[in-house]
Design a protein around this ligand. Structure first.
Ligand code: PLP
Length: 389
């Protein structure tokens, strides 16, 4: 199957299509689902084969002997990200929202502050609040359509109650691939305020052009305060397998995490492990490179069409397939531009304020779909805002 081939996901328990009418009032009959961060593509054949082999065997018991699975993760981190890890550093959680929750639960206490650089992936704040911790929003600076940090402001904001910072690297929704000096500044900030760093690198594989993801763990001297989270699920579009890697070098941090996993009775899901082992392979890598090229083509078409509408600005992405579009210069209220997108263009998107402070004038569009669908979405957007042309 090529990335251009449409796949009808309606009526398949697919949250992106089957929940959009309830949540956004956009009918799947003639609407376009551009919200949830999963792709309209099948994963590569190596993953399909792994699932077929499970099915052919026909027995779905507990998983044992994780050596191949761990070696596959180790191979991927070395080959794709030039990062050496030891297989014993890896924990498998039920996805990375689960991984985030486990980190918050393990390394902070109720009432502690957890720092987020906002706007940022919405589940972080949900998990922090649901665990009875306090979200500390440090606003990213929108520097002419490019998010940067302002550590002087963040230093002034700290009260001493903060224990953890969660970094989204690459950044969802701004699409930044943080540079070495930015990562060093995050590390220095964490050191100044004695914060544990949770580095969520789920979008590490989907970068564009010359932008190269740098694992936070490659910075020296950080291991005693660093937890890294990665996954196959965004990269290979297998989010339903709900599996994630939490990678911890420091033995003390590792022991605390292991105890918490034990206390909560968390053990891996066979499907996730079979799929991840197949994904992190040379065949998987080849597919990811084709995917990145295809996504880059979609990104260019989407951005050109959206930026041609006066008042709309799509943030230039360095990674991810999630376009972050600013409607501020239309002068419209949030209700008006959202209504135009949902009711006139019939596109379901993520609303900016759910990403925290700084998201008010934005909507997030997922463009990981066959190109014809992206062209159709752009055409509908141009019609919905035709009076501005
Ligand atoms: C930064 C980030 N972390 C985690 C997730 C979700 O992780 P999971 O499906 O493994 O829980 C997403 C999904 O979009 C994300 O963008």
């Amino acid at each position: 199957m090529s990335f251009d081939d449409p796949i009808d996901r309606r009526g398949t328990h697919c949250v992106k299509w089957d929940a959009m009418e309830t949540l956004y009032g956009v009918s799947p009959d003639d609407g376009i689902a551009m919200w949830v961060a999963d792709m309209e593509f099948q994963p590569p054949q190596c993953i399909q084969d792994a699932v077929s082999a499970m099915h052919d065997h026909g027995v779905y018991g507990y998983f044992g002997d994780e050596s191949k699975y761990r070696a596959a993760i180790q191979w991927w981190m070395k080959n794709r990200h030039d990062w050496d890890i030891d297989p014993s550093w890896i924990f498998t959680t039920h996805g990375l929202v689960n991984g985030t929750a486990l980190c918050v639960d393990t390394y902070t206490q109720p009432g502690d502050g957890v720092v987020l650089f906002t706007p940022v992936y919405h589940a972080f704040a949900k998990v922090i609040r649901a665990n009875g911790r306090e979200v500390v929003e440090c606003d990213l600076v929108n520097d002419y359509g490019h998010y940067t940090f302002d550590f002087n402001a963040y230093d002034a904001q700290m009260t001493g109650n903060e224990r953890m910072v969660i970094l989204c690297s690459p950044h969802n929704p701004g699409g930044r691939v943080w540079t070495q000096s930015e990562l060093k500044a995050v590390a220095a900030f964490a050191e100044r305020h004695e914060l544990i760093i949770v580095s969520d690198e789920i979008h590490q594989d989907l970068t564009f052009g010359s932008h190269k993801h740098i694992p936070t763990a490659k910075l020296s001297g950080l291991s005693e305060r660093l937890i890294t989270m990665t996954a196959t699920t965004k990269t290979f579009n297998i989010a339903g397998s709900h599996s994630g890697n939490v990678i911890i070098e420091d033995p003390d941090l590792r022991e605390r995490f292991a105890n918490r996993m034990l206390a909560l009775g968390i053990s891996p899901n066979s499907f996730g492990l079979f799929m991840a082992t197949a994904a992190y392979s040379p065949e998987g890598a080849e597919w990811v490179d084709e995917l990145r090229g295809y996504l880059d083509g979609n990104r260019k078409i989407f951005d050109a069409g959206i930026n041609a509408i006066p008042g709309l600005k799509s943030m230039p992405l360095e990674a991810t397939y999630l376009a972050w579009v600013d409607f501020k210069d239309t002068g419209m209220s949030r209700e008006e531009f959202t209504t135009r997108v949902e009711k006139h263009a019939r596109i379901a998107v993520n609303h900016g304020p759910t990403f925290g402070s700084g998201g008010d004038t934005f909507l997030r569009f997922n463009f990981a779909a066959p190109r014809a669908q992206i062209i159709e979405a752009v055409t509908r957007m141009q019609a919905a805002f035709a009076d501005l042309q």
